[in-house]
Every structure is written in structure tokens, then in C-alpha cells.
Design a protein. Structure first.
Length: 170
């Protein structure tokens, strides 16, 4: 199960083909009602299960299955930038034939939340987090040394709040 430590989305190396998956009413409720407000308790999935009228093990099983199927990419909190540690958006210019290989190297770092491809000279983008600015710089330098490609650090200049929760089923 995903932990708040880092996001498990690893889009570049996702081998899952696009398939349709049937969701039952419980699964739809879980996805709709808990896009926001993940209970901040020692056992959040038990609290979710109680609200849904089911069992903790079933909630965990459903989330694992949906994540394995590529229906959801992560389960965990989103923290306001700079409230806990530090983070940055980063970009790299990678030759197309090496993109998947380098994305896997980047994904191996627990400090990397997610990465994605863009159609641009800088075609591999990711978010990295760390406890301190020094640790963050060390991670980015390690990625540069391990891959042989420069890492462009793009720190946030202005904060925006974008609520990415959407009603999925009515």
C-alpha cells in the first residue's frame, strides 16, 4: 500500500495496457468520497472502512487492486509546499531512445514523487522532495551523476492551489 513518504506513480515505466475495469458501488464510493480528506489517524483505512460500512482489509485490497490495474496512481496525503521539508520541480533533456531507462533510474529514488514525459527538449519532468535544501541538492546531483544528464532545478516561485478532485460517478 502506498505510504505518505512518496508517491507511487511511475508513469514512464507503467507496463499496464489500457483496459476497462468494472467498479462496483463500494469501489465507486471509495474513489469518489476519499479523493480528499484522507483520515489522519494511525489506521486511516480502518476509518475509511467504517465510513463505508465495510472492513479495513477490504478497503486495502480494493486500493491495491485498483493501483495494480492502473486505475489509481497513488494513495496518500498532499502537503502544502515548504510546510514539511522542501521540494522542487526538475526537468531533464533525455534522448528518446534512453527515456524509459533514465526514467527508471529517476523513479528508483524515494525522494522522487512522480515523473512524466513532455514533448519538449526537456522531456522528463519530476518532483523531488527532501528534508532540507542541502539533501534535495544532493539527490539531484546524485541523479545527474548516475544518469550522466544534467538536471534542471525549477523551484516554485509562486504557489497555486489546484484542487484535482473530481466527481467520478454520480
Amino acid at each position: 500500500m502506498a505510504t505518505p513518504k512518496h508517491v507511487l506513480t511511475q508513469m514512464m515505466s507503467d507496463p499496464q495496457p489500457a483496459t476497462q475495469i468494472h467498479l462496483n458501488d463500494l469501489e465507486k464510493r471509495l474513489l469518489n468520497e476519499f479523493q480528499r480528506g484522507l483520515p489522519l489517524t494511525p489506521r486511516p483505512f480502518a476509518a475509511i472502512a467504517e465510513k463505508l460500512g465495510t472492513h479495513e482489509a477490504l478497503v486495502v485490497e480494493i486500493l491495491n487492486r485498483l493501483q495494480d490495474a492502473g486505475v489509481i496512481s497513488r494513495v496518500g496525503p498532499v502537503f502544502k509546499p515548504k510546510k514539511i521539508g522542501t521540494s522542487t520541480l526538475a526537468a531533464m533533456a533525455i534522448p528518446e531512445e534512453r527515456l524509459e531507462e533514465i526514467a527508471e533510474v529517476v523513479n528508483a529514488y524515494p525522494e522522487v514523487n512522480h515523473n512524466y514525459e513532455r514533448s519538449d527538449h526537456f522531456n522528463l519532468w519530476f518532483v523531488a522532495t527532501a528534508s532540507t535544501e542541502e539533501q534535495l541538492d544532493a539527490v539531484l546531483n546524485s541523479i545527474r551523476l548516475k544518469t550522466g544528464f544534467e538536471v534542471l532545478k525549477l523551484p516554485m516561485e509562486k504557489q497555486f492551489h489546484i484542487d484535482l478532485g473530481f466527481p467520478l460517478w454520480c
